[in-house]
Design a protein around this ligand. Structure first.
Ligand code: DGL
Length: 268
């Protein structure tokens, strides 16, 4: 089999990474995807650095069993703590979601004032602010953890008045900082775009790491001559570490269609 005909491996703590997988399939429709959601151990966003690194390492091992050609960490919390470590431990190219999102935010922020919302663990890592300031030292970065957003999305309350009240509570201090760009630093948050845009107002650009990460994946595949050449339609597979039913139900809410192949697998 040509090297490029192997699948792209994508993992997340659970379901949120599907927003990234969706962008990858949109941009690279001929590519085949193996997605692994660690639903037995979700959420990562409230866990310690050590646990997140260990879980992330296990997830790479799961994907390697499927002979993937690249690993995409479609989880901000995993990217925050584990990307650099996993890049040293594994030979396979590994892409995270933070650098692409940070790069895009720097491009679009005219006022040079960027807000970041994410899970408590991602905010604690300070990875977004560090990455932005390394690329563009003059930027002002204001960060805020939004722990209630993930359960609200999982509940499917995407446009609910409770979600809007919670968003106002979290985002009002960011609005006061006069930011013009807001990074959605958690893979669940793109699902809340309508509410977040309403609360922040039209003058604030929302940056979704999924789209930017998909561009980075395409560039990596082009640069390494790893684009898929097979003309057979790709057959995506979705793997989870807990029972598939809940994943299927929430995924349908996320994507608007059923996922045909969802299987439970064990870590090792
Ligand atoms: N996927 C996680 C992230 O992007 C959010 C869900 C979780 O807490 O595990 O940070």
């Amino acid at each position: 089999m040509p090297q490029g005909d192997r699948p792209i491996g994508i993992f997340d703590s659970g379901i949120g990474g599907l927003t990234v997988a969706q962008e990858v399939t949109r941009l690279l429709p001929d590519e085949q995807i193996i997605y692994f959601g660690d639903t037995a151990r979700v959420p990562y966003g409230t866990k310690s650095k050590e646990s997140v690194i260990r879980f992330s390492r296990d997830n790479v091992h799961v994907l390697l069993k499927y002979n993937v050609k690249v690993v995409v960490i479609a989880c901000n919390t995993s990217t925050s703590w584990a990307l650099n470590i996993l890049r040293k431990e594994f030979k396979i190219p590994i892409i995270g979601v933070i650098e692409p999102g940070a790069r895009r935010a720097i491009e679009v922020s005219k006022k040079k004032r960027i807000g970041v919302i994410a899970t408590p663990s991602t905010i604690k890592s300070d990875k977004y602010a560090q990455t932005i300031l390394k690329m563009a030292p003059g930027m002002k970065v204001v960060s805020r953890a939004c722990p209630l957003f993930v359960p609200l999305v999982e509940e499917g309350w995407l446009d609910h008045q409770v979600t809007e009240s919670v968003a106002r509570e979290y985002l009002t201090p960011l609005k006061a900082e006069d930011i013009d760009t807001l990074i959605l630093g958690c893979t669940h948050y793109p699902l809340l775009k309508t509410v977040l845009q309403k609360v922040m107002g039209k003058g604030v650009m929302l940056v979704d790491s999924g789209t930017e990460t998909a561009r980075s994946v395409r560039k990596l595949l082009e640069d390494h001559a790893l684009l898929r050449s097979s003309t057979r339609p790709p057959r995506h597979e979705f793997l989870v570490s807990d029972e598939p039913e809940h994943f299927r139900v929430v995924a349908k809410r996320f994507l608007g269609h059923d996922l045909p192949h969802v299987r439970r697998v064990d870590h090792v």
